[in-house]
Write a protein that binds this ligand. Structure first.
Ligand SMILES: [Zn+2]
Length: 75
């Protein structure tokens, strides 16, 4: 299925409501690692209503710099 963030066909359902009610489902995109729940607001799950700044269509995921590592915890 289509990812709502990178708009590629790399998303799939990874979980659903355990009572079988289909009250919610969770999807994961294995290209951009976005995870979303079907019951979230349209501003999160509708590509037409999402903030364009957060979209990753036409972004090469491999070119994104790696975030700074988290320093070790203080003792
Ligand atoms: Zn994606």
């Amino acid at each position: 299925m289509k990812c709502v963030r990178c708009l590629t066909d790399n998303a799939s359902k990874v979980a659903e409501a355990p009572d079988g009610s289909k009250a919610w489902e969770v999807y994961f995109c294995n290209r951009c690692d976005f995870v979303w729940r079907s019951s979230e607001e349209p501003e999160v799950i509708d590509p037409d209503k999402r903030d364009p700044w957060f979209q990753m269509a036409d972004v090469e995921v491999e070119d994104i710099p790696v975030f700074s590592p988290v320093p070790p915890l203080r003792k």
